[in-house]
Design a binder for this molecule. Structure first.
Ligand SMILES: NC(=O)c1ccc[n+]([C@@H]2O[C@H](COP(=O)([O-])OP(=O)(O)OC[C@H]3O[C@@H](n4cnc5c(N)ncnc54)[C@H](O)[C@@H]3O)[C@@H](O)[C@H]2O)c1
Length: 356
């Protein structure tokens, strides 16, 4: 009889939300896309956010919940996930949200994910460099990646935790040790540098930032952030003064926010926006969309360094092609040498931490 079927479905749906975390988790560990649909979720991808209760994690969770490509959203943190999960789960979008709290729930949070986004770790305070975060965040990233290797070895990983220049090499070492390393599936998120570059260049040119495209290569800290202003679209020939101003502002955009927040953290809202822009590109590529190109910090043969950020083409398997840098002017060639020197040290630091 139709009415009682409806009622039963509604009760099942409501109780899925009311169940205590533990039983939701048991569910989560065995979820298949088909089961998700039966629970009211739309067909789509399973995404986990590690560090979901933080300054980046919360707005990122909200934006991912709004993404129609996502059917299951797992929110993991060591604090506050029950509250964030309850809050986000009331949004009337397709994705089913589940929260996971503390190390003992990490494996359940990670089981069967298509995409894992990691904004876990401490942010900068005024006067700190991203490298100052190394001692705390390196250990956090290592633990989380051990969980990924065990429970979601095929997932695409978007790594946001700083210093990205070192945390990506740490993640690679963890995956190599576990025998699960696929260089195409590990991507350091440098999207915020591109987002900033597009915004600042648009201001100078008097354009809508959505019509501007600036490739930003190298890494994600200070001089390793190398905007290729000579390759800006639409094409424009900047004066030396404009190049100095823009390069400096793009390289120090993070510090601009850290100082304005005066001890209350680093970029969170613009970072969540950038992270979701990047995650959406990864999901569309996983779905099979063609021609998806973004800058990311990945295993690379573009320079002599093992990791480097440049434009990459994304596909069903993650990174499908890493593009060469293209023609650089003299200013950019000098910037590249500086960037490579600092990057080499940051990569080495990450690798030796992970091999300890
Ligand atoms: N890639 C980029 O462009 C970029 C931009 C801005 C910030 N960041 C980095 O992102 C990270 C997060 O920044 P934030 O402002 O959200 O910080 P935050 O302190 O507000 O949030 C971090 C969250 O991580 C959680 N966390 C800590 N240890 C954890 C663990 N072991 N497992 C799971 N979660 C854990 C914390 O409980 C907290 O909720 C920082 O490392 C920051 O430097 C990167």
């Amino acid at each position: 009889m139709q009415p009682s079927l409806d009622v039963n479905q509604r009760i099942a749906r409501i109780s899925a939300h009311l169940q205590p975390l533990n039983s939701q988790m048991e569910d989560g560990s065995n979820l298949r896309r088909v089961n998700c649909r039966a629970k009211g979720g739309s067909p789509g991808f399973k995404v986990a956010i590690l560090g979901a209760a933080g300054g980046i994690g919360q707005p990122l969770a909200m934006l991912i919940k709004m993404n129609p490509l996502v059917s299951i959203l797992h929110l993991y943190d060591v604090v506050n996930t029950p509250g964030v999960t309850a809050d986000i789960s009331h949004m009337d979008t397709g994705a089913v949200v589940r929260g996971f709290l503390g190390k003992e729930q990490l494996e359940d949070a990670l089981t069967g994910m298509d995409l894992v986004i990691i904004p876990a770790g401490v942010p900068r305070k005024p006067g700190m460099t991203r490298d100052d975060l190394f001692n705390i965040n390196a250990g956090i990233v290592k633990t989380l990646c051990e969980g990924i290797a065990k429970c979601s070895p095929k997932a695409i990983v978007n790594l946001i935790s700083n210093p990205v220049n070192s945390t990506v090499p740490i993640a690679a070492e963890v995956f190599k040790k576990a025998g699960t390393f696929d260089p195409n599936r590990l991507l350091g998120v440098t999207m915020l540098d591109v987002v900033r570059a597009n915004t600042f260049v648009a201001e100078v040119l008097g354009l809508d930032p959505r019509d501007v495209d600036v490739p930003v290569v190298g890494g994600h800290a200070g001089v390793t952030i190398l905007p290729l202003l000579s390759q800006v679209k639409p094409p424009y020939s900047f004066t030396p003064k404009e190049i100095d101003y823009l390069t400096d502002r793009i390289q120090n955009g993070g510090t601009e926010v850290v100082e304005a927040k005066a001890g209350a953290g680093s970029a969170t809202l613009s970072m969540a926006y950038a992270a979701v822009k990047f995650a959406d590109a990864c999901l569309r590529a996983l779905r099979g969309d063609a021609g998806i190109v973004q800058c990311a910090y990945v295993a690379s043969q573009v320079t002599e360094l093992p990791f480097f950020s440049s434009k990459v083409r994304l596909g069903r398997g993650g990174v499908e092609e890493v593009y060469a840098l293209g023609p650089l002017n003299e200013y950019e060639r000098a910037g590249l040498e500086k960037a490579k020197k600092e990057l080499a040290a940051s990569i080495e630091k990450g690798v030796s931490f992970a091999r300890k």
